[in-house]
Design a protein. Structure first.
Length: 101
């Protein structure tokens, strides 16, 4: 941080450094080794796999635009519902973490 602040090309006068106390949580990174042809479908499958196989927790997905975000959210909601429950074809719901279909 000090080297960045001291860079006169970036900052004619050094900017202030803010310290924010926060909690940190463990993060596991999941990624594809090869770039998929359909990255939105690959993201859906990866989220579904994580959701079904790992303990409850947040999943952060980076996409390229609003349309893709809305499309992925719509697809996930249709499969798992708003409250994170898997939607079964019979209309019943199951807890997150159930078997993949």
């Amino acid at each position: 941080v000090d080297a960045l602040r001291a860079n006169a090309t970036l900052f004619p006068s050094p900017p202030p450094v803010l310290t924010v106390n926060a909690r940190q949580f463990p993060v596991t990174v999941h990624f594809a080794r090869k770039t998929p042809e359909d990255h939105l479908e690959a993201a859906y499958k990866k989220v579904a796999r994580i959701h079904c196989k790992l303990p409850p927790g947040g999943i952060l997905v980076f996409l390229t635009g609003q349309r893709e975000i809305e499309e992925l959210c719509t697809k996930l909601r249709s499969q798992y519902g708003r409250a994170g429950r898997a939607v079964r074809p019979s209309g019943g719901t199951g807890e997150w973490g159930g078997a993949e279909s």
